[in-house]
Design a protein around this ligand. Structure first.
Ligand code: SAH
Length: 218
């Protein structure tokens, strides 16, 4: 039987195995991935590839992240279910949905109105009640709601995201792809409680760039 003949359950089971074998082992993270229907977040053209462990195109020239990277970033944040999390780059809303299943509240910012609206529709369809969206420039964070327990940036920042780090609690954690080129380093900043950070490079990743300001096009 070819992969195409497999049921969504079989395909999802295979995806979960792929994540585990690459080091995503935290049960609550795997559970969040397993209970999130990725086809809902992909374009019609790519629905049959929704269970593949790869990034796929979405509207506005952006991408839905690779499930392994979504799992790894979520795991790297060491989220407690009481945590308030800020996500920069809502995109399809796939990563947001995974975060909403492990955190108390998720604040998410997107610079394309179209993507924001589509993602909001998905959150509604899934009945998520702990996601708060904002159309804006995520590079500035969300000062009115700061400080956050955790921050995840899902677009590549050219350098250390100082404004975002300043919106983190003293022992908070931020994960972001850092770099100017096509390949970036996924970096974790863990607050030491004294105003400093322990910085760790996790893996190489390929993200679309974090851009300044909101998009003029829809
Ligand atoms: N987490 C997303 C990945 C989306 S790709 C998912 O799971 O589908 C990165 C997203 O970051 C894109 O939608 C892009 O428009 C957005 N982005 C880039 N720069 C931004 C900024 N300054 N503020 C808010 N969003 C931004």
């Amino acid at each position: 039987m070819s992969d195409d003949d497999d049921t969504p359950e079989t395909r999802m089971a295979r995806l979960i195995l792929a994540l585990r074998s690459q080091g995503v082992t935290e049960p609550k993270v795997l559970h969040a991935v397993e209970t999130t229907p990725r086809p809902l977040f992909t374009q019609a053209l790519f629905k049959d590839r929704a269970f593949e462990d790869s990034a796929l195109p979405i509207a506005c020239g952006q991408t839905i992240s690779q499930p392994f990277v979504v799992g790894l970033m979520t795991q790297a944040l060491r989220i407690d279910r009481r945590d308030r999390v800020l996500e920069i780059g809502t995109g399809s809303g796939y990563q947001t949905t995974i975060l909403s299943k492990v955190a108390r509240l998720v604040y998410t910012v997107e610079r394309y109105r179209t993507l924001m609206k589509e993602a909001e529709g998905r959150f509604k369809e899934l009945g998520l009640t702990n996601v708060i969206t904002r159309f804006g420039d995520g590079g500035e964070g969300w000062p009115e709601q700061a400080p956050f327990d955790r921050i995840m940036v899902t677009a590549a920042a050219p350098a250390e995201p100082k404004a975002l780090l300043s919106q983190l609690k003293p022992t908070g954690i931020l994960v972001a792809p850092i770099g100017k080129g096509p390949v970036q380093s996924l970096r974790r900043y863990a607050g030491d409680g004294k105003g400093g950070f322990q910085v760790e490079d996790l893996i190489d990743v390929r993200f679309v760039p974090l851009l300044d300001g909101v998009a003029k096009e829809l």
